[in-house]
Design a protein around this ligand. Structure first.
Ligand SMILES: [Zn+2]
Length: 343
């Protein structure tokens, strides 16, 4: 759980999400049954997790077993530092939801957020190619709201496609059973061990008892304990989600209020892998196998113009022009999404 807390935070989860995750898992401190933002922040600073043993002024690196790799630990420190320095609270419209997912189709660089104030005092927000900032690419900027609305609209189309959702649910289940190859074998070994213990106990009951039967029984009981422990560890490492739980997540996602920033962010996090923006088309890759869609922009659709008609963004071409390796449905994201809906 400690490793998961560090990993989630390094991957961009908010401190609050990490606190909720740990509380949901029933983790607590000696002093309090519920973790707080402060206690988790302290935990993420704690150098004992990288194996550092400290007694008064004496510090012994690798003095205790490490739980967190150093590289991960320092990424977490960096992020905590960056968050602290960031302006108190970003205004909703100042958060660029597509950062790290939006790429320039011309030079394949990231497109990141930028804003400017016009002479009338209006603030304009857009995404700009990182190379174009250095005048090394001529990709025009794109309006933030326009491209974000378009992506959200595409996700909505995907969410309300019953056939696709059924397919995605099956994919998650498949991926889950592929990841849990160890568990069935472990459970079988446990069953066999229990059977062997039962047989031995029967023999003892019937009076067949020697020094070696006793030894064998002790051995089997030890083995049983070890397998049970391994099974528990494996179950924690790969939590299983049922089909109903996955359906429940999709049901919840359908009900999100798409005018709310955190709901928009959640959908983009779960579904979008990458977006390549060309002058005449957009290549949108979702987080599932074969999830690439090309959106052809018609001439009338000035890409950096405001108020473009979103309904005209259909027409997927038969062959995507750029092949991007689509990730499988992210089980982790779905599990996280599910957990965040539990009371
Ligand atoms: Zn570019």
């Amino acid at each position: 759980m400690v490793l998961k807390a560090f990993t989630d935070y390094a991957n961009g989860a908010s401190m609050k999400t990490v606190v909720d995750m740990l509380n949901m898992a029933g983790i607590h401190t000696k002093a309090s049954p519920k973790l707080t933002l402060n206690s988790v922040e302290r935990m993420l600073h704690n150098r004992r997790y990288i194996g550092e043993y400290k007694f008064r002024d004496v510090v012994i690196p690798n003095g205790i077993p490490a739980i967190v790799p150093e590289e991960l630990f320092y990424r977490v420190q960096d992020r905590m530092e960056a968050v602290k320095k960031a302006p108190a609270k970003l205004k909703a419209e100042d958060e660029y939801l597509l950062t790290t997912k939006l790429f320039c189709g011309k030079c394949k660089c990231f497109m990141t957020g930028e804003s400017g104030t016009s002479h009338t005092g209006d603030v304009h927000r857009y995404y700009k190619c990182v190379s174009a900032r250095k005048h090394e690419c001529d990709k025009k900027t794109v309006h933030k709201k326009w491209i974000e609305d378009l992506v959200i609209n595409e996700i909505k189309g995907l969410l309300f496609n019953d056939e696709l959702i059924a397919k995605l649910t099956d994919l998650v289940m498949e991926k889950q059973s592929a990841e849990n190859v160890l568990l069935p074998a472990m459970r079988k070994t446990l069953e066999e061990t229990e059977k062997a213990i039962g047989n031995l106990l029967n023999a003892i009951q019937m009076g067949i008892i020697t020094e070696s039967t006793k030894d064998r029984l002790t051995q089997l009981e030890q083995q049983k304990k070890e397998i049970e422990l391994s099974i528990t560890k494996e179950e924690i490492a790969h939590p299983t989600v049922t089909k109903e739980q996955i359906r429940f997540v999709f049901e919840k996602l359908r009900k999100l209020d798409l005018t709310k920033l955190e709901h928009r962010r959640k959908l983009i996090d779960i579904f979008v892998n990458s977006i390549y923006l060309y002058d005449d088309k957009i290549l949108l890759t979702f987080n599932y196998k074969d999830g690439t869609k090309t959106i052809v922009l018609t001439d009338s659709e000035e890409i950096s113009g405001e108020g473009s008609d979103l309904s005209a963004s259909g027409a997927p071409s038969k062959k995507p022009l750029l092949s991007t390796t689509a990730k499988e449905v992210s089980l982790l994201f779905l599990t996280a999404a599910y957990n965040s809906y539990q009371k």
